[in-house]
Write a protein that binds this ligand. Structure first.
Ligand code: ZN
Ligand code: ZN
Length: 299
């Protein structure tokens, strides 16, 4: 199988440590022979909108490049934090107590991580008007943090499932990013303890079968795409990476369609041959991949 696409690539405009220049991305994707590829920087909340505006300007400055697209990666946020961000009420995000320890951030760049009500309403802080104005061709939605639930294995599996369902059902989201990624980290308090024991790389085995089945059902019923993301494919705990791949292959047999995601954060776009070989091993073919709806005419 040959990979023909990558819709999940971060540029140096992204609010995190991503550092690739657009020219490098275009060069790397051409070397891989992709028919379609796109950049998708983070929007956790509207606080990150200026970064997306800059990415859009840089995208347009590249001129028309065949197969090169402009996307975005949104986070499943909470209404509570989005309202605070809208009012520029950031005080609560600077210092708070997390599991009895002090947690500090300088800005709400990743959203407001702590202090909100557990199980409150979820939200994607992007509108159809933003999509039109910024020429966003597809939206990737990802779970990137707990939404004020206890950071323990069982509640966090439930939280991830709940957020994933919300994203797949959301009318603006086309692609579900890296299913379950980050669960080993967020199911413990490593963020404040720095203790490796607080990361649970084998937590994926505890996800109930019904959760996998329900997500497969929602993906197909809503015509949404699931990601084969390198952060899952090459997760350092190999037994978990293999398990996730088996589950993705099972989704495939249930009719789920996929997109490939390098989720590049580095400066240089890599050779995708290793990912392609791995996916071939698990029975994936070109037929298992789909384009986001707004790109289907350009096939
Ligand atoms: Zn992500
Ligand atoms: Zn990403």
């Amino acid at each position: 199988m040959k990979l023909e696409q990558d819709f999940h690539i971060h540029t140096h405009c992204s609010c995190d440590a991503a550092c690739a220049q657009l020219a490098e991305i275009i060069k790397g994707c051409r070397q891989n022979g992709y028919r379609h590829f796109g950049i998708s920087d983070h929007l956790h909340t509207r606080f990150n909108l200026p970064d997306i505006e800059i990415a859009r300007k840089e995208f347009l400055a590249c001129g028309p490049v065949p197969g090169f697209h402009f996307g975005i990666e949104v986070t499943c946020a909470t209404q509570w934090e989005c309202e605070k961000i809208a009012k520029r009420d950031f005080a609560s995000c600077f210092t708070c107590e997390v599991n009895g320890r002090k947690f500090q951030t300088m800005t709400p760049i990743d959203g407001i991580m702590y202090g909100g009500p557990a199980n409150g309403p979820l939200m994607v802080d992007l509108t159809r008007e933003d999509i039109d104005r910024l020429g966003i061709e597809y939206v990737i939605g990802g779970v990137h943090k707990p939404n004020y639930t206890p950071q323990e294995p069982q509640p966090m599996i439930d939280d991830y499932f709940n957020q994933s369902c919300f994203l797949v059902n959301h009318p603006l989201v086309d692609i579900l990013a890296h299913p379950w990624n980050g669960l080993p980290f967020w199911s413990g308090y490593n963020i404040v303890t720095d203790d490796p024991e607080d990361v649970h790389p084998d937590i994926f085995f505890q996800i109930p079968g019904e959760y996998w089945d329900e997500l497969a059902h929602l993906l197909t019923a809503n015509g949404k795409i699931a990601e084969l993301n390198c952060c899952n494919l090459f997760y350092e705990f190999e037994k978990s990476a293999r398990f996730l791949l088996e589950k993705m292959a099972d989704w495939k047999s249930k009719g789920v369609k996929f997109s490939f995601a390098s989720d590049l954060h580095g400066a240089v776009y890599p050779d995708a041959a290793k990912a392609s070989a791995l996916l071939t091993e698990y029975g994936f073919t070109e037929e298992d991949f789909a384009l986001p709806p707004r790109l289907r005419d350009s096939r």
